[in-house]
Design a protein around this ligand. Sequence first.
Ligand SMILES: Nc1ncnc2c1ncn2[C@@H]1O[C@H](COP(=O)(O)OP(=O)(O)OP(=O)(O)O)[C@@H](O)[C@H]1O
Length: 249
Amino acid sequence: MTALGIDNLNVWFGTDRDRVDAVKAARFDVAIGESFGLVGESGSGKSTILRAITGLAPTWSGGITVEGKALQGAKRDREFYKTVQMVFQDPYASLHPRHTVDQVLSETLHLHGMADIDARVERLLHDVGLGKRFRFRYPHQLSGGQRQRVAIARALAGEPDILLLDEPTSALDVSVQAEILNLLTDLREEHKLTYLMVSHDLPVIGHMCDRLAVMKDGEIVEIMQSDDLRNNTAKHAYSQSLLAASVVG
Ligand SMILES: Nc1ncnc2c1ncn2[C@@H]1O[C@H](COP(=O)(O)OP(=O)(O)OP(=O)(O)O)[C@@H](O)[C@H]1O
């Protein structure tokens, strides 16, 4: 069984002459425990694929399966959010300014029907490398990196299997980006997570992912192993040009 199955996925916005075909006939599978990247320039459709999975991009056709179960339309049930969680780019926008870290995490745990909320809040903070002293702080008392750690803790609260990561470090200072990427790498191992990660930054995807799909104008032009990046064996001309524009470590 695959964690995520994307089969001939088309996603569009608007109708008639205003219609934008954001994703065209995308097809890929993400294995359980795998980290899969979507890379491409701005507007190539990467985020739209994540949004279609979570029901935020309502007009789509084709197939989306989560752990073998086919999704329909834009409504997602409790079970979906138990399995799949998303981490957004901007931790400044994704946390309520008047809710403490404790409120954010307690309410999320409550929504997931968890018991022992107190202990779980402490555990989540520990898991994302924040001590107890952060528990009663408000977002404005946190740095960007600390906020993203809280957003990641919130995503982990329901013990999901799959995280959708939409440019999770690109709003952060360069000095903090590596810390968050390393945290995500550790969490994937400790919590046996599957990642589908979007980035315009090829080195980030090369570092974080086992395989990746290169997107251009709504289409997947190539799917490759991250090792192919390092060995410089990208086949498609567009992938080669992306590669030439960046240094992959
Ligand atoms: N809500 C929307 N309404 C209309 N068009 C949209 C909407 N959301 C995205 N699009 C269009 O869909 C296309 C793909 O956008 P998408 O955000 O998926 O690209 P991306 O590769 O993730 O780029 P970015 O990194 O800039 O978000 C773009 O042409 C964009 O303008």
